[in-house]
Design a protein around this ligand. Sequence first.
Ligand SMILES: Nc1nc2c(ncn2[C@@H]2O[C@H](COP(=O)(O)OP(=O)(O)OP(=O)(O)O)[C@@H](O)[C@H]2O)c(=O)[nH]1
Ligand SMILES: [Mg+2]
Length: 356
Amino acid sequence: MGLTCGIIGLPGVGKSTVFSLLTGEDTNSYKRKDANLGIARVPDERLDFLVELYKPRKVVYAQMDFTDIPGLASSSGGKANPFLQHVRGSELLIQVVRAFEDETYPHIYESIDPLRDYDETKMELIFSDLDLVEKRIQRIESGKKKKENLEELQVLFKCKERLEEELPIAGLDLTSEEERLISGFDFLTARPMIVVINVDESQFRQQEYPGKEEFEERLNADQMHYIVISAQIESEINALEEGDRMVFMEDLRIEESGISRLAKAAYARLGLISFFTVGEDEVKAWTITDGLDARRAAGKIHSDIERGFIRAEVTSFSHIAAEGLMSKCKEKGLTRLEGKDYIVKDGDIITFRFNV
Ligand SMILES: Nc1nc2c(ncn2[C@@H]2O[C@H](COP(=O)(O)OP(=O)(O)OP(=O)(O)O)[C@@H](O)[C@H]2O)c(=O)[nH]1
Ligand SMILES: [Mg+2]
């Protein structure tokens, strides 16, 4: 299973279009009944290079799992969108915001205003969490175990107060014990989020859209990571033959695919890095949190390797890219033996030595 991402946003902003672009899956956007689930492979030129070198029987890219839900206009008095339940467990929320103009498919509020949409979705998440908090408070207060749950109740009241101030739970100052007490709730406003600004072709060409300055100023103030893509154009281009595709991509100056840019933004936001294992059998990308030591990184592969860890044989990707062969790196002493406390770096190629 890859990094789980929930795609959210107002109705008709292009969530399903973005989802299809990322995963290659068709969606039944007209059905609007359920969540769409799909998987995307995280592109990585370094892995492509290693595959060329090793010609392995099997290649495993990192993976992102997307859930796309229908949007609901929540301005109808703070009602929680029931579809949000489907993205509650996600490690990352991806909010799609509409900048594109399309008269045949008007915006639900009939105007293009990314900042308004962004704020409304923020409120939607706040209402959804508030709903959860209030229900739980009610259950504890009306139940027989109020005494046993007194501590939880206190934290829930803190959360309630915070949400009523229209602020996310993410910024709430909680002790680790308090965090533990509410960790089971999967609060949406406690989740990291990135924003995808969905533009049309002319906006993409001009790098301009309505309300851009104000919106991006706010995103920066919120320290929100964001990318600008044209989901529809990119999908249309993907459907073309290779040759035509290159021509259109050049014409539009699309240098990198949407999934590639989104993956980079997601990894940066979540502080994730990749290391690689190589061999004739398999070349594989592993995703870990930046700052992990070699022994714990080994545990990602198998708990036996973590337990029996002896050493990690590490080569930086830049070295193998320059030398062209692992054997050359070894000859030149570019491959190092590292101990359990070595902090794994992005792009490390690692062979673990271990006892079972
Ligand atoms: N012109 C233009 N149209 C787009 C773009 N992205 C999406 N659309 C169109 O906008 C409409 C809505 O897109 P969807 O992807 O279904 O929107 P959604 O956010 O999934 O909507 P709900 O599931 O109803 O919440 C469709 O007709 C798309 O073809 C774009 O970049 N440009
Ligand atoms: Mg949809």
